[in-house]
Design a protein around this ligand. Structure first.
Ligand code: ZN
Length: 185
């Protein structure tokens, strides 16, 4: 059976337990839609969707910070299977290689499209960047709203969770501060 159909079957079961009317015109196709949607929003689980990151030699010897900020992302909390979403700010200082800027956003997208923890997402993005670019330093700061904190549990609407991961020269307070000043502008 196709994966979308399998998910649909299980989701229909959840709906029955909730005593929803599966004959209702607005619910009849819902299990099938949810099945297809899960495969879409979790497409980052498939290795084939790993973005092809083309690197270029850093011929000009650029050795300052490259910052891509305000990368919007949507992910789903591993613990509750409801969304968390926000913005990622990423920077690196190139070594011998640089990368196309759009690829940094694609990389965030790839790791976000799976059940995730914000902490793990932050680390995975920076590990990937390290592996592909071997930069002198790299940092990721993610700010996100978690619906599992807003709709349920502590019910704190609007709370922002910030996570960060850093490597190399970003361990130096001066370098880290420069990044923080630049993303706050
Ligand atoms: Zn959660």
């Amino acid at each position: 059976m196709e994966r979308a159909e399998k998910i649909a079957g299980h989701f229909a079961e959840i709906m029955r337990v909730l005593e929803l009317d599966l004959e209702d015109p607005h619910l009849r196709e819902t299990p099938a839609r949810v099945g297809r949607m899960y495969l879409e929003i979790f497409r980052g689980l498939s290795e084939q969707s790993e973005p092809n990151i083309t690197c270029f030699p850093n011929d000009d010897g650029y050795d300052n910070m490259v910052i891509v900020r305000d990368i919007e992302f949507f992910s789903v909390c591993s613990h509750h299977m409801i969304p968390f979403f926000g913005k990622a700010h990423i920077a690196y200082i190139p070594g011998e290689r640089i990368v196309g800027l759009s690829k940094i956003a694609r990389m965030v997208e790839f790791y976000a499209r799976r059940p995730q923890l914000q902490e793990r997402l932050t680390e995975q993005v920076i590990d990937f960047l390290e592996e592909k670019l071997a930069p002198i330093g790299a940092i990721a700061v993610l700010e996100a709203r978690h619906l599992c904190m807003e709709m349920r549990g502590v019910e704190k609407p609007g709370a922002l969770t910030t996570t960060s991961a850093l490597r190399g020269c970003f361990n130096e307070p001066r370098v880290r501060q420069e990044f923080l000043d630049l993303i706050r502008k």
